[in-house]
Design a protein around this ligand. Structure first.
Ligand SMILES: Cc1cc2nc3c(=O)[nH]c(=O)nc-3n(C[C@H](O)[C@H](O)[C@H](O)COP(=O)(O)OP(=O)(O)OC[C@H]3O[C@@H](n4cnc5c(N)ncnc54)[C@H](O)[C@@H]3O)c2cc1C
Length: 434
């Protein structure tokens, strides 16, 4: 295997795998510092996952929520980017093995995030779609629009209904936001844009294993979200454990025993697992396929290998079950590690233990409502929505034109006038589904 050609400039080399929230914020901390940064990602872009559902529903175009890494760091003279897929780490020889060759490191940071977890449900994996990447969002947009088109002519009534019965599995923020957006699509767009479709046929279900949606938020937020979703026409099914999909029906075990929902589109937001790279002892990897790290984000016994963001599992007295897999943890760990790497380079020691500053959690429910728990204060309704929007727009760090995105988003959001209802590439759903 060849070494990837990267000039060695005699500065300590920090190799970062992953240009997500964690990786990008680490690069920002180490920009123009006396280290050589090598950023590796399988894609050439950073993606803003919290707004993927807007792309899926045609509310935003894809390039509003993804940004090319090279452009983001145009002025970062000590960073080199390579679009490669990392396959494993050879810690003994301090090398990262990629699909195009190996890269040597002095310090290695794994910031590979997480991907959809189907918990071994093969039929579900083959026939549903997750919402973790811009690819997923564009595919889902195609799938929704294709089914709407297909449901118009030449098929029986039951098939028509099946095609436009959408089931979102997983009642966390992503599931709640997706279900709310689909309900508003039905409310504001269906009759106008698809007058041939009987709108009673379009149904949206949100299936949740626990006894409330948004289980990581306050009970008030859960209750408000559920009430709002139901008002929008979403059928919220609680205490339901999904176990199979046969191409016609989604099967689940609920409080009343086994049950099923006829459905043509299953959107799976029910879980994620870490994108752990190979080459580590099994003891370094914990449940959820994440790397166990100490409070400095060091992996196992390694002093020079770190994991940050979703891929890192850090247990502390305040977070006995690990930190939440959210953007703020990834951002703050990226920044903290930046300080620690600088101190390692200077003094050979890491100095700053990671302390998470929880800025609260939020979820949007349709166009006019949202819930937010910020420092044990609960906001909802239009005010919650406003907080959600401002925070998300501010967080679109480095995106080419925040103002343009904001205006574009607001216009589309409130009018649905120019919704992006484009089937640019066809999506061929899985094996069971016809
Ligand atoms: C639909 C959705 C909505 C969300 N909404 C919110 C929200 O409202 N608020 C919030 O705080 N959080 C939200 N999150 C969670 C948040 O997006 C994640 O916690 C955050 O992205 C984690 O950042 P990260 O840097 O660890 O990983 P990521 O942002 O996932 O980045 C990982 C990067 O690693 C790259 N990579 C992975 N494996 C390899 C490999 N082998 N080789 C090369 N590159 C690789 C990937 O391409 C990717 O660029 C949401 C997530 C989803 C999916």
């Amino acid at each position: 295997m060849e070494e990837i050609a990267i000039t060695n400039n005699n500065l300590p080399r920090v190799v970062i795998i992953g240009a997500g929230f964690a990786g990008l914020h680490l690069v920002k901390m180490l920009e123009k510092k006396p280290v050589q940064l090598v950023l590796l990602d399988q894609n050439n872009h950073h993606q803003f996952q919290p707004l993927l559902y807007q792309v899926a529903i045609g509310g935003l175009e894809p390039d509003s929520v993804v940004s090319p890494v090279r452009k983001l760091f145009k002025s970062c003279s000590n960073m080199i980017f390579r679009m490669v897929k990392v396959e494993s780490v050879d810690a003994e020889n301090k090398r990262v093995i990629t699909n195009l060759g190996f890269v040597k490191y002095d310090y290695l940071v794994i910031a590979t995030g997480s991907s959809t977890n189907f918990y071994g449900l093969k039929n579900i994996e083959d026939n549903s779609i997750g919402l973790k990447s811009i690819n997923d969002a564009i595919n889902l947009r195609s799938w929704i629009l294709q089914n709407l088109e297909k449901s118009i002519d030449g098929i029986g009534e039951e098939e028509k209904q099946k095609l436009i019965k959408f089931v979102v599995v997983g009642g966390g923020p992503a599931g709640v936001e997706m279900a709310g957006a689909l309900a508003e699509f039905k409310k504001y767009l269906l009759a106008n844009d698809y007058p041939e479709i009987n709108s009673d046929y379009m149904k949206i279900y949100l299936v949740q294993a626990g006894d409330r949606v948004l289980p990581t938020m306050s009970e008030r937020s859960s209750f408000h979200a559920m009430k709002t979703l139901r008002k929008l026409g979403v059928e919220v099914v609680l205490n339901a454990r999904v176990n199979d999909y046969d191409g016609q029906h989604l099967h689940y075990s609920g409080p009343g025993g086994k049950d099923q929902i006829l459905s043509g589109v299953i959107i799976w937001t029910a879980g994620v697992k870490g994108n752990a790279v190979e080459g580590f002892k099994q003891s370094s990897i914990v449940a959820g396929n994440r790397f166990a790290v100490n409070e400095y984000n060091q992996v196992g016994d390694y002093k020079d290998i770190f994991a940050i963001g979703d891929i890192a599992f850090m247990q502390t007295p305040a977070f006995p079950a690990g930190h939440p897999m959210v953007a703020q943890v990834a951002i703050q760990q990226g920044r903290n590690l930046g300080r620690n790497i600088l101190s390692l380079v200077k003094t050979g020691e890491v100095k700053n233990k990671f302390r998470y500053r929880d800025k609260g959690s939020m979820a949007i429910i349709g166009k006019k409502d949202a819930v937010a728990d910020i420092k044990s204060i609960f906001f909802n309704g239009k005010f919650g929505w406003l907080i959600w929007s401002v925070i998300h727009l501010i967080s679109l760090t480095g995106f080419k034109n925040k103002v343009a995105v904001a205006v574009n988003w607001a216009v589309k959001y409130f009018t649905y006038e120019k919704a992006n209802q484009l089937i640019i590439r066809r999506y061929a759903p899985g094996k069971v589904q016809q």
